[in-house]
Design a binder for this molecule. Structure first.
Ligand code: IVH
Length: 641
């Protein structure tokens, strides 16, 4: 069952047990924590129980928690931390050396997985001594082993190439890796770690959870940077709200916020109730998963001719949004996951991402259902569909298929590309259906006479549209490139290429090696560009765009300036300017702005609530600037706002 269903049933059981204590059994799920230890690893006895946490599902329940805490004694400060969705572990260090590590198990005994945990690069094998007064004689660190989303995707892509079933989520992949019998297999899976608590400790005194996190950081553990000390429960609630909406910006999964009483003496006084401490609670984000019936599979044709299967669902609420459609990716995905029309399926919705059908709920498949097959004829133009051997995607073979043209026009005119207001879904379809636009360049040949043929367009609309088309000619090389819909060339890559080459001509003439020298451009992108420019039809279209007055150059980059040759990454909210403004100022001063932190990054500019980029910068020793420091570099000073 889904986590959300589990949580709900668990609460119901707990409420019942509270009302009817005589019915509680010793094997009730409320009496144990996590999974029992398996036989294949030696047991790992916990020095103190590894507790689990009670949940809070809304602000009201957080306030109730705060009420209980304060009733038990005085003013409280809290520490709010992200709830990392991984696997809890414990690590024991004697005189600064990692001695043993184990899983949580049932909270009392876990599994000794020392050899596997040693392969996790961010787990220190020796504690740092240069930043603390003395190394603790003994220290137990507790924390979460997890898999980065980016690593998870790489692993799944490889598994699919090797014909293995993909993992359902990063947590499952991480849990499997930690419990591998061969540590080399664990190492291959590139696990990461965040420490969030100190267990047993000798030789150093701690007063607060905040202090514990500081000690962990100073002795060399990765500690999640997104933590906040909160003076009131209102601060806590605000923190929870912020991260509920920002969770998708992170490169790891979080499923909530853990709220802890900061003062350790106060924690002690509060104690625990059964398996849960009274001094902490987990605010759980709204579920993003639900079950519903798959009514049909509808096929749309994408701008590269791919046939995309879409799930038509019985409408269902997920995290406050009604979901009616979801992606099914491709035929192979449907086959591998054995998804059939008529099934009850599990659907997940992750933030802004399109909802996705995870798979069928097989125990609810009561009658025989037919396997799904992709059509052999394009549902739009009727041409043959190609199902290339070994490729996941099926494609319409007709390059002039109207569906492809509509999609290309729509994409070209979209916000992130040439931003032509007035050419949306409907107009794109009408223009192609009437044969007014057969390829992108035709947009710039439209005139009032042609547009009059589009039904329900008045004089005003026509004038506005023509004006918007005219303005779009000056968007510059980066926008144009991203509008062309070249495979793998999205807006970010388009910007990098435009910055580097400055004109369509230079880009077109660039050899593969020259393309590969651009930071962020890999073999896939380089090849895709070469292939695009190799097509005579594409070259003709570009020539036509040029003749019709579309700018093919990047806006002038400053050749001098204080930041020439410097690469910046921006993260978080700056007090006196937006990220876009900061990026523009940096570029005007000759600097470059990229999306991710690497060894080649010169500076990270961090504002409030920075994302994982700040942690990455710290890990790579990249200097971190605040807005004031950036302004000093730029030689500008804050203006009054
Ligand atoms: S504190 C008594 N802090 O959430 C306090 N737990 O049920 C125990 N988790 O599986 C845990 N991030 O592994 C704490 N910042 C964090 C956490 C965290 C994730 C996990 C923990 C456990 C579950 C708590």
């Amino acid at each position: 069952m889904s986590d959300a269903e589990y949580d709900q049933l668990f609460r119901e059981l707990r409420d019942l047990e509270e009302r009817y204590p005589e019915l509680v059994t010793s094997d009730s799920p409320t009496r144990r924590v996590g999974e029992a230890a398996s036989e294949k690893f030696a047991p790992y006895a916990h020095l103190s129980p590894m507790l689990s946490l009670a949940n809070a599902f809304d602000a009201g329940e957080l306030r109730a928690f705060d009420g209980r805490v304060r009733k038990a004694g005085g003013a409280v400060a809290y520490v709010a931390e992200l709830k990392i969705d991984g696997l809890a572990i414990s690590l024991q260090y004697r005189n600064g050396t990692l001695e043993r590590g184990g899983t949580r198990g049932d909270g009392v005994t876990g599994e000794d997985v020392t050899a596997n945990l040693r392969t996790v690069r961010s787990i220190p094998l020796r504690l740092r001594t240069d930043r603390v007064a003395g190394v603790p004689a003994f220290l137990e660190a507790r924390g979460e082993v997890y898999l980065r989303k980016s690593d998870f995707e790489k692993i799944n892509a490889r598994r699919e190439r090797e014909g293995l079933a993909p993992f359902a989520n990063p947590r499952n992949a991480a849990a499997g890796a930690v419990r591998q019998l061969d540590p080399r297999l664990t190492a291959e899976r590139k696990l990461s770690f965040f420490a969030y608590a100190v267990g047993e400790l000798k030789g150093v005194a701690l007063k607060s959870q905040w202090g514990a996190l500081e000690l962990l950081r100073e002795t060399g553990f990765p500690v999640n940077p997104n933590i906040r000390r909160c003076a009131t429960i209102d601060d806590v609630i605000a923190f929870c709200g912020e991260w509920e909406s920002k969770r998708d910006d992170l490169d790891y999964e979080i499923d909530g916020v853990v709220v802890k009483v900061d003062d350790l003496a106060q924690q002690e006084r509060l104690g625990s109730a059964g398996r849960d401490p009274r001094w902490a609670t987990a605010y759980k984000f709204r579920a993003r998963e639900a079950r519903t019936k798959l009514v049909d599979i509808a096929i749309t044709v994408g701008r590269t001719g791919t046939l995309n299967p879409n799930a038509v669902l019985e409408p269902v609420q997920i995290g406050g949004v009604t979901v009616r459609n979801a992606t099914l990716h491709n035929a192979e995905y449907i086959r591998n996951n054995d998804i059939r029309i008529g099934d009850v399926v599990t659907v997940v919705r992750a933030g802004d991402v399109i909802p996705r059908v995870v798979g069928p709920v097989l125990e609810l498949r009561k009658k025989k259902l037919a396997e799904f097959a992709m059509p052999d004829a394009c549902p739009v133009c009727g041409a043959d569909v190609d199902h290339p051997e070994g490729e996941a995607m099926s494609r319409c073979t007709n390059a002039a298929c109207p569906a492809q043209v509509v999609e290309r026009v729509r994409h070209f005119a979209s916000r992130g590309a040439m931003d032509i207001e007035g050419i949306g879904d409907v107009m794109a379809a009408q223009l192609t259906e009437l044969g007014l636009v057969k390829n992108i360049a035709d947009i710039y040949a439209l005139d009032a006479r042609a547009l009059e043929r589009v039904p329900r367009t008045g004089e005003k609309t026509v004038t506005n549209l023509l004006r918007n088309i005219e303005t779009s000619k000056q968007r510059g090389l980066a926008r144009l490139l991203s509008g062309l819909g070249i495979r793998f060339v999205g807006s970010q890559n388009a910007q990098l290429l435009a910055d580097e080459f400055g004109s369509m001509e230079a880009l077109q003439a660039a050899e593969e090696e020259a393309l590969l020298r651009v930071e962020g451009v890999g073999a896939e992108i380089a090849q895709s560009l070469r292939l695009f420019f190799a097509q005579r039809a594409n070259r003709a279209m570009l020539e036509r765009l040029r003749t019709l007055g579309v700018a093919m150059d990047a806006p002038r980059r400053s050749r001098g300036g204080p930041l020439i040759g410097k690469t910046f990454v921006l993260t978080g909210t700056l007090p006196g300017m937006t990220r876009e403004e900061a990026a523009a100022l940096i570029q005007q001063a000759g600097g470059k702005v990229t999306g991710s932190v690497s060894k080649r990054t010169d500076y990270v500019v961090a504002g409030a609530d920075p994302g994982s980029k700040l942690a990455k910068a710290e890990a790579l020793d990249v200097p971190v600037l605040d807005e004031a420091a950036l302004r000093r570099l730029l030689g500008t000073f804050p203006t009054d706002r």
